[in-house]
Design a protein around this ligand. Structure first.
Ligand SMILES: Nc1ncnc2c1ncn2[C@@H]1O[C@H](COP(=O)(O)OP(=O)(O)OP(=O)(O)O)[C@@H](O)[C@H]1O
Ligand SMILES: [Mg+2]
Length: 299
């Protein structure tokens, strides 16, 4: 079975083996962010991250799905001029997927640094997305990196890597729908300073949707208002309400000329739930915000 992690790791390996993307002079060239990512701050998170980075504090970003955590890290990596290596964690991920492994190639067996080791050696920001999805025996490899030692033991290679002065570890997770079993171990959690994310205030969120989709601000504002109503259903039929990401998807369909009801049905109602009653309740919310559905479905 090919997992997302495999795909991610394969593309990682391809990047690392492609001389056009990386060089001896800058092994992380492929991970540099050249263009400023669009990021709309909602508080003092940029300054706080900046201060945390000055001491290379490991950071935990908490918050619901699709609220801007990844975009924020991309923005900060660009601002700090550090390469960013992102890994989506899952339960099939092993410690070797993080630190590296011996692989057979033309010359025999050779060690290949994994994404974490690469960031540790060469001074990148390593971002482990949805870290609670990884098994606890995998997450413990980050422990000696995230305390005063800042070291990464490569047991299979018999090497102790001392972190580059620019290295920083950032992890994210969504506390909303984690089961107790999947929560972070206390000994892991207490190694991180935390920044809590939520959906931005309505005006800011509408601005993000407008900027990302080119729909009018008024329409974006209505989508945000709908999203707020769905967020009120959290734990009352929904694990999470509609995210900023979903509103952007809705806006992209609207930009294509799809009707507001069809757009919201595809990107919000059907995406949020499989339960017919909850879907009906969500469709009614859409009608409450945008009026009843007419027979004409597309503009
Ligand atoms: N503050 C923001 N500034 C700019 N764009 C944002 C912001 N917040 C959200 N977005 C938009 O929402 C999309 C989803 O955000 P992002 O992928 O960063 O979410 P996330 O919190 O990492 O979600 P997940 O937990 O599912 O990984 C982004 O691609 C971006 O278009
Ligand atoms: Mg993300």
């Amino acid at each position: 079975m090919v997992t997302f992690m495999d795909i991610h790791t394969n593309s990682f390996m391809q990047k690392m083996q492609n001389p056009a993307n990386s060089s001896d002079a800058d092994p992380l060239a492929a991970y540099r962010i050249e263009q400023q990512p669009y990021y709309q701050p909602w508080g003092n998170e940029i300054a706080l991250y900046h201060h945390a980075y000055q001491s290379r504090l490991p950071l935990l970003l908490k918050g619901p799905t699709g609220c801007g955590k990844t975009r924020f890290v991309e923005y900060m990596a660009w601002m700090l001029k550090r390469p960013l290596i992102t890994l989506a964690c899952n339960e099939d991920m092993t410690a070797s997927d993080l630190v590296g492994r011996y692989l057979l190639d033309a010359g025999g067996t050779a060690w290949h640094d994994g994404p974490l080791t690469l960031a540790v050696r060469h001074g990148g920001i390593c971002y482990l997305d949805e870290v609670v999805e990884a098994r606890q025996d995998t997450t413990v490899v980050i422990h000696p990196l995230t305390d005063a030692r800042r070291i990464l033991p490569l047991d299979k290679k018999g090497e102790l890597v001392h972190a580059h002065p620019d290295f920083q570890l950032v992890i994210s997770y969504n506390p909303g729908y984690q089961s107790h079993v999947k929560d972070l171990k206390t000994s892991t959690r207490q190694r991180f300073a935390a920044l809590e994310f939520d959906y931005p205030l309505p005006e800011l969120e509408a601005g993000i949707v407008t900027r990302e989709t080119d729909i009018s601000h008024a329409l974006a504002r209505q989508l945000v208002s709908l999203a707020q109503s769905t967020r009120a259903l959290k734990n009352r039929g929904l694990d999470e309400g509609a995210s900023t990401r979903m509103l952007i998807y809705a806006g992209l369909l609207l930009r294509e000329g799809v009707s507001v009801h069809d757009s919201c049905e595809m990107t919000i109602t059907r995406a949020l739930t499989d339960d017919p009653d909850t879907a009906l309740a969500l469709s009614q919310l859409v009608e409450a915000h945008f009026g009843p559905r007419t027979l004409t479905t597309s503009a």
